[in-house]
Structures are given as C-alpha cells and as structure tokens.
Design a protein around this ligand. Structure first.
Ligand SMILES: Cc1cc2nc3c(=O)[nH]c(=O)nc-3n(C[C@H](O)[C@H](O)[C@H](O)COP(=O)(O)OP(=O)(O)OC[C@H]3O[C@@H](n4cnc5c(N)ncnc54)[C@H](O)[C@@H]3O)c2cc1C
Length: 411
C-alpha cells in the first residue's frame, strides 16, 4: 500500500500514464488477476532500486537500459530485494549510456499484449514481514517506459521514496500502538502478587512510558504528514523535506525497543507464537532498514541542512513557536542550536542531531496539543537530564494512572 500510493506523484506528471493507472490505483478493488492493466479493475505497484552492490548507494547500480525500436527502452540487470513482486508494474532505476540513473515504469505486460520479461529468481526467506513477498528479479531486454528526464531518475523516484518514508514513520507509530494495546490488555487481565499487573506501580511506569512514546511518535508523524499535504506553502514544504527523514529515523528507532518491552509485559505468553507479540517483534525492525536505514536518514538530514537551509530554518521556527511552554523544552532547543553551530565532525554526530530535532519537535507538539500530563511526562523524561532511554523510567510525580487511562482503548 505504501508503494502504490507513493507512486502517484510520479505518475501524475505524465497525463497518459495517469489516465491509465490512477483510477486503478485509487480503486477499492484488489484485482489479483495477472492481466494487462487495461483489463483490470484495480492495480498495484512496486519499486526496484536495490541491487547486490547498491542498496543505500543506488548510484552503484549496474542495471542498464538501451533504446528499443518502439521509442521506449529495454532493461537488463538484476535487482536484489523486490517487494510485492505480484504487482502490475514497478518503478525501476537503470542507467543509460553516459547519462546516469533514469527512472522507468516496467509493467508486467507490454503494450502489445505480450508478457514483459520479468524473471523472478527466488523469494527471500525473511526474518519477519513474511506476508509481504520480497524477491530477486532479473531483467533481460525488459520493456520499460522512461519517467521524467533521462539521467534524473533519482530525482524522479525520490517522490516515491519520500512517500514510503512517511509510511515507515506512521506504520512504526501504528505498530507501537498495537504493541501498547496488547500490553494494556494483558496487564488488565493478568494478576500477580494479589493485584492486576496494571495496578502494580512499576508496571504502571512501563505502560505509561510506552504510552507517552506512542503518542509522541504519532504526533511527529502526523505533523510531518500535514506538512507534506501543503507543498504550495514554502515553509511547510521545507519542513516536510527534512521532517520525513527525521520522523522515519526516530519512529523506526523507537519501535523495536517499545515492541520488546510490550512483549515483556506479557511474560512467557508474549514469547509464544499463539500471541500476536512474536509477529510484531519480527516486523518491528523492517521500517528502519527499508527506504534508507538509520545512518542514511542522518546523512539525508545533513544533506537537507547543507543544500536546502530553509529546511532547518523551518524546523527551528516550528520548535521556537513552543519556546516558553516548558523550561526543559527551551533547554533542548538551545542544545539543538549548539549542536548545529558546531561543524566539527558533523557527519559522525548526525544521529545526535537527528534525535535532537525529533525530540524537540515532539516536545513542541505535545506541549502545544497534548494534555498536560502527557507533555509533562515527555519533557520530564525525554528532555530531562536523567533520561535513560529504557521504558519504565518516568520520574516520580508523573501521573502514571492518568497516562494509562488516556492510552486505554475506549470501552
Ligand atoms: C523487507 C525488505 C523489503 C525491501 N523491499 C525493497 C523493495 O521493494 N525495493 C527495493 O528497491 N529495495 C527493497 N529493500 C531493500 C532496502 O531498501 C535496502 O536493503 C536498504 O536500502 C539498505 O541497502 P543495503 O541492504 O544495500 O545495505 P547497505 O547500503 O550496504 O547498508 C548497510 C548498513 O550500512 C549503513 N550505511 C550505508 N552507507 C553508509 C554511510 N555512508 N555512512 C554510514 N553508514 C552507512 C546503512 O545505514 C546500513 O545500516 C527491502 C529491504 C527489506 C529488508
């Protein structure tokens, strides 16, 4: 779903393609038939960028395209991690002679009604995410239609990448919420030492801390998604540019540790396959790797800072609007400014910078919009001097029961 919808901005740039594909992409029908798209009621899309020697570094890709005799292109090469290979078409990067990487639409069926040359080598035996098939694919003289300008393929496909990144941020927030709900449910019904687990003070600290994290990550993802929805507003556009990398980095980093903690709340049953927790546990790391791993997000933030300074101006304007809401937030904004003003070894410090951007944005959002108990717990922990990172370490005075009450699903 992420890839299908993220491809829309690219397809919209070509009116003929948009006319053929968009109604089918936006259709509520899932049409599993293997037919030319013109005969289908619903269509899905994937993207093939990664090769053995080039995942993060897609410029190292070797798949190439040569002009065909029908005005389109023929691709040859091997792609190493191709998810959703049952899709009706794929956006693919391949280089053309002397011009660098270009972006191609590679459909399952050629326009003349014959099958396109897509050779599925094998399915990957993955750690998790097993309901989504991922494959290795070979192209031999495979038909492709170039999208955008020749040699500008990375620029073209980046719109899809950005859509996928916000998906990673939001689905990580969703997975955290699912894990939290499971933990709340289990601890509501399980008793130990004469009380329900949810009534035990130390368990309350763990649950409340996870609730704060889930809300902070959701707020961050939604704020950036809102910025993405306003491309005509330069400040929002600039915030979206850097914010997708920040939100993907931080939400995807927090998700696996929260899921582990939620699993632990179940004790032994959480480790048994009959519960949902093992599946969530295996799924949790995928968003952090796919579409740019943690370091790549940090490097992307650095790229945005240096090449598009308006993006950092937009971040600072956003957090400064919250100055005065909480002294710990003010101190965190100052710390972020200090980090940014020191160029020494900046590349090696980009996780620190990215994390600080995420935390100050979350602090600004929660002190603006969340109930005071949530904002207070966030600032006292994540922005306080003694944050330890592990869950269940909210300081004394935190309204643990209030936070849990807010997080419980409505009766
Ligand atoms: C379940 C799953 C589904 C996927 N589906 C698809 C798909 O449909 N289409 C597709 O194209 N790809 C897909 N991928 C591939 C994924 O996007 C790549 O694996 C990812 O981009 C990382 O590339 P890589 O595996 O080559 O790792 P590498 O690029 O070798 O990176 C390895 C590690 O080194 C770090 N690193 C790399 N460069 C630097 C640097 N300069 N400085 C510091 N650290 C660095 C990375 O952050 C990473 O942690 C999928 C991956 C998974 C796990």
């Amino acid at each position: 779903m992420s890839m299908i919808y993220s491809a829309i901005p690219i397809l919209r740039a070509d009116p003929d393609l948009a006319q053929e594909w968009l109604p089918r992409i936006l259709s509520r029908d899932y049409d599993p038939r293997d037919l030319p798209v013109s005969e289908k009621t619903g269509a899905t899309l994937g993207m093939f960028m990664t090769e053995k020697q080039g995942g993060s570094d897609v410029r190292a890709n070797t798949t190439y395209a040569v002009p065909g005799d029908d005005g389109h292109w023929r691709l040859t090469g091997h792609k190493f991690l191709c998810s959703a290979p049952m899709s009706d078409a794929f956006l693919v990067l391949a280089h053309t002679e002397g011009r660098g990487q270009s972006c191609f639409l590679v459909p399952r069926w050629r326009p003349d009604g014959t099958r396109n040359a897509l050779f599925l080598q094998r399915l990957k035996d993955k750690l998790g995410n097993r309901s989504n098939a991922s494959s290795e694919m070979e192209f031999h003289d495979t038909w492709g239609q170039m999208l955008g300008e020749e040699g500008r393929g990375i620029r073209v496909i980046i719109d899809m990448v950005i859509g996928n990144r916000i998906f990673c941020a939001m689905s990580s927030a969703g997975m955290m919420r699912q894990a939290l709900v499971q933990a709340l449910h289990h601890t509501t019904h399980r008793s130990a030492f004469q009380k329900r687990l949810i009534q035990q003070p130390l368990m309350q600290n763990v649950l409340a801390d996870m609730a704060v994290e889930t809300e902070a990550c959701l707020a961050l993802g939604l704020r950036i998604a809102h910025a993405m929805d306003q491309p005509d507003d330069p400040a929002e556009d600039a915030l979206a540019r850097i914010g997708t990398a920040v939100a993907k980095y931080w939400n995807c980093k927090r998700c696996p540790s929260l899921v582990v903690e939620a699993l632990e709340c179940h004790g032994g049953p959480g480790y048994v396959e009959e519960s949902l927790m093992p599946r969530l546990y295996r799924e949790a790391p995928v968003n952090s790797i796919w579409e740019g791993s943690g370091n790549i997000m940090g490097l992307d933030v650095l790229r945005a800072m240096s090449r598009e300074p308006a993006s950092m101006t937009a971040v600072l304007a956003e957090v400064e609007r919250a100055r005065g809401n909480d002294p710990r937030l003010d101190a965190a904004i100052d710390a972020l400014r200090d980090e940014l003003s020191d160029p020494e070894e900046i590349e090696a410090r980009m996780r620190i910078v990215t994390e600080l951007i995420a935390l100050t944005l979350q602090g600004a959002l929660l002190t603006h919009h969340a109930p005071s108990a949530v904002a207070e717990a966030f600032c006292a922990s994540r922005l306080g001097p003694a944050w330890r990172g592990s869950f269940g370490t909210l300081p004394k005075g935190t309204d643990l029961e209030g936070l849990i009450e807010r997080a419980l699903p409505a009766a």
